[in-house]
Ligand binder design. Structure first.
Ligand SMILES: NC(=O)c1ccc[n+]([C@@H]2O[C@H](COP(=O)([O-])OP(=O)(O)OC[C@H]3O[C@@H](n4cnc5c(N)ncnc54)[C@H](OP(=O)(O)O)[C@@H]3O)[C@@H](O)[C@H]2O)c1
Length: 339
């Protein structure tokens, strides 16, 4: 029998539309996929009328096999497990929108079997675990790159790898949610769906560790780019700046270790510098957001989290504290310019 799988994506912007579009074209003899994108009114109108456009390299593809909403409407399509409206519900807003999004989409989240946070940042799940303690929550991180244009079309700027894993809720508590065999199978199933969609995906045992590792790179690059206006490669040409970038990562690694995060023995400073070198022409996303006049960034979920945890653990986090406050300053400055 063909199994119906409902997938929802809350906050379908650049990454959410990229994933939603590619997933919507998956064809399989065993499953019938229904994709529901939850986005803003402007994009809902545009995509419902003209389909979702994804550009990559020189090619442009149009995806029309998806349903799009600008409010928390439950899908009408049936799934076999009647307890749930969605098998997988993704959250792809920016991390700073999590509080408002989970409030608005509360009912949909309750009716989802698995809730997948596909975002950058550390501890993004905390709020969600607190509000939905019995929900099976996953985190996913991706090195795919995407941009949403003014007309809501998507540019797939770089092919990458996606990592996914169940988060271990309520760590250290005997009341931990049990991971059943069924969960392992469903995790494998979403990995296969993403892979069929052309999004190379791997399941990881300790996704928390991977989120931290990705954050180390962002912590060493993003705020520095936003503050200086420099491209990734330009920043490491200046020894003073490069030294500060290294210090920010060292502070973050110290905090991770003190928090008991199971990070490996990799040299995260070298990794960060290597990424900056390989992406030397890039203007990072925080720089792009600030340049576009956005009044919010994900700083609180990157350097800001290092400051929060560092202070709790009595660890020196001076560089990250300065960076966090300077970025808050840029956010305020954009708010003033916008008024
Ligand atoms: N883009 C990339 O290449 C990339 C790569 C790796 C990881 N990431 C991570 O992926 C996450 C998403 O990034 P992104 O670049 O896709 O951001 P984005 O383009 O800003 O997409 C987020 C979307 O969510 C919408 N949104 C926010 N609250 C909503 C709500 N309550 N209901 C419906 N829509 C809502 C936003 O609309 P408004 O703008 O109108 O608020 C925006 O369209 C971030 O954590 C980012 O760090 C991104």
């Amino acid at each position: 029998m063909v199994k119906n799988v409902n997938i929802g994506i809350i906050g379908a912007g650049a990454i959410g539309c990229l994933f939603g579009g590619y997933i919507s074209q998956v064809e399989s003899d065993e499953i019938e996929l229904n994709i529901h994108l939850y986005t803003r009114e402007k994009c809902k109108k545009k995509i419902s009328k003209e389909g979702l456009i994804i550009k990559k390299g020189g090619s442009t593809r149009k995806f029309s096999k998806l349903t799009i909403f600008d409010e928390p409407v439950l899908p009408k399509t049936k799934i076999l497990d009647t307890n749930y409206a969605f098998t997988y519900l993704f959250l792809t807003t920016k991390a700073y929108d999590n509080a408002s999004a989970i409030l608005e989409y509360d009912d949909l989240i309750k009716k989802a079997k698995y809730f997948i946070i596909l975002q950058n940042g550390i501890g993004n799940e905390d709020l969600i675990v607190e509000k939905f303690p019995n929900k099976k929550i996953l985190r996913a991180i991706t090195t795919n790159g995407a941009l949403m244009e003014e007309d809501c079309s998507i540019i797939h700027t770089g092919q990458g790898l996606t990592k996914i894993g169940l988060i271990s809720q309520r760590k250290g508590n005997s009341n931990q949610l049990k991971i059943e065999q069924e969960d392992k199978e469903n995790l494998e199933a979403i990995k296969n769906i993403l892979t069929l969609a052309g999004l190379e995906t791997t399941i990881v045992e300790d996704i928390e560790k991977d989120c931290w590792e990705k954050a180390f790179i962002n912590i060493g690059i993003n705020a520095f780019g936003a503050l200086t206006g420099l491209r990734n490669g330009e920043m490491i040409q200046n020894s003073g700046l490069k030294n500060l970038m290294e210090c920010a990562v060292i502070e973050a690694v110290n905090v991770a270790k003190a928090k008991g995060v199971n990070i490996g023995k990799k040299n995260y400073v070298d990794l960060m510098l290597d990424v900056a070198r390989r992406t030397s022409n890039n203007k990072n996303s925080m720089l792009q957001d600030i340049s576009k006049g956005k009044t919010k960034t994900e700083i609180s979920f990157l350097n800001g989290k290092i400051v929060k945890y560092g202070k709790q653990l009595n660890i020196d986090v001076n560089i990250n504290e300065v960076l966090t406050n300077l970025i808050y300053g840029l956010e305020i400055s954009n708010r003033i310019k916008n008024t």
